[in-house]
Design a protein around this ligand. Structure first.
Ligand code: SAM
Length: 235
């Protein structure tokens, strides 16, 4: 038996690459984007009542990691990428049906568009559904997850003086909290856990339309090297 689903919209996100997206929502409150709805959901009626809600669940497709062969075990990056766990014990992107779920903050909305923050979705992500967060039911005070007991420990993020000026001016141009976004994402230490962060190794990712480059002068310290306009996107 098979069923089909189709997107109700697509995310326009600050994250243009998977690298350096936080592992869960809320870890970078400055991560923002606009969910653009498609017909017929782009009409005002579909969002009627949402002004009573501060946060929403997004159900979406991990469209960049869809696979034909289902995996029973995965190696979550959180466990260093070398320990495997049953797929249903993790929130890994490689999973049956490739469905992701995130609670995000609803900043504002109008017909056909929702402005969201604290997101962990890649640009272009197909969104399957939106549901209001229901605090009394969705917040479970007694819940335990021994594999993910607390948010990742943050590392220090410093700036080369020129990079900070670049980020401030690009942030002003974009009208986005770019300095905060870079600090919040890099403090999560996006490097693969198995990789030694040698000081000479350069890392980079694209946020909005800028390319951010950094290195690790010490294993638990990042220095942002430059924040420059990115070249044209490769499809
Ligand atoms: N909060 C969601 C969940 O629990 O289902 C996502 C968790 S998953 C561990 C988070 C990672 O998904 C991010 O770090 C990002 O690299 C990846 N991701 C986000 N959007 C994606 C997409 N459209 N396709 C593939 N990977 C994506």
């Amino acid at each position: 038996m098979s069923y089909s689903v189709s997107p109700i919209g697509f995310m326009r996100s600050c994250f243009k690459e998977k690298f350096a997206i936080p592992r869960q929502p809320h870890l970078a409150p400055a991560a923002r984007g606009v969910l653009e709805l498609v017909a017929p959901f782009d009409q005002a009626e579909a969002l009627d009542g949402l002004e009573q809600v501060s946060h929403v669940w997004l159900l979406f497709l991990f469209h960049q990691t869809l696979e034909d062969t289902p995996r029973l075990k995965v190696r979550p990056p959180r466990l260093g990428g070398n320990k495997s766990q049953g797929v249903f014990a993790t929130r890994a992107t490689h999973r049956p049906n490739g469905i992701g779920q995130s609670v995000v903050k609803l900043e504002r909305f109008e017909a056909g568009r929702l402005w969201l923050s604290g997101i962990d979705l890649l640009d272009g992500t197909p969104v399957l559904d939106i549901k209001p967060y229901v605090p009394y039911a969705d917040r479970v005070e007694s819940a335990i997850n021994r594999m993910a007991e607390a948010a990742p420990v943050l590392i220090a993020v410093d700036w080369a003086p020129a990079a900070l000026l670049q980020a401030q001016s690009q942030g002003q141009r974009l009208d986005e909290p770019l300095v905060a976004l870079i600090e919040q994402c890099l403090a999560q230490d996006p490097r693969p856990a198995y990789q030694q962060p040698l000081p000479e190794r350069r890392y980079g990712t694209r946020l909005w339309d800028v390319e951010v480059r950094w290195h690790y002068p010490e294993p638990r310290r990042i220095c942002v090297l430059d924040v420059l306009p990115a070249g044209p996107e490769v499809a």
